[in-house]
Design a protein. Structure first.
Length: 131
């Protein structure tokens, strides 16, 4: 960070829906060795450590609700448009059917609506100020 400045960001929390989704994907298609998890940005204490001393971090928990007809409809969209899922499903070493089942199972499990998919997904809104 420069001598003075402000950074605003939002990041999915490690234990929320997207965090659990990314862990599921990581089990089927592990990231390259040494690549840090982007989910650290969704943890207020980790953000403070990542940005270092002299930075004041204010974080506010927020939530987004993913709403789709069902888990299959959600995954159809995300498989085609969300980078980590596109990459995982494109890998030749990934059992796509097993990954599909695991992800739709997760979305179904976490859905709060009995007839369609509605999955709350917490994220962190962060403002970091230095100087």
């Amino acid at each position: 960070m420069p001598p003075r400045g402000r950074i605003g960001l939002t990041a999915w929390t490690p234990d929320g829906f997207v965090g659990r989704m990314l862990r599921t994907v990581g089990q089927a298609a592990p990231p390259p060795a040494g690549v840090p998890s982007p989910l650290a940005w969704g943890d207020a204490d980790a953000v403070a450590r990542l940005l270092g001393p002299g930075v004041t971090v204010t974080s506010t928990p927020r939530s987004h609700v993913f709403r789709y007809a069902d888990a299959r409809a959600w995954l159809t969209v995300f498989r085609g448009r969300y980078g980590p899922l596109r990459a995982a499903f494109a890998r030749p070493d990934v059992d796509a059917a097993a990954l599909w089942a695991a992800l739709t199972g997760l979305a179904t499990e976490l859905s709060t609506h009995p007839r369609r998919m509605e999955v709350p997904s917490p994220y962190l809104e962060v403002v970091a100020v230095k100087g």
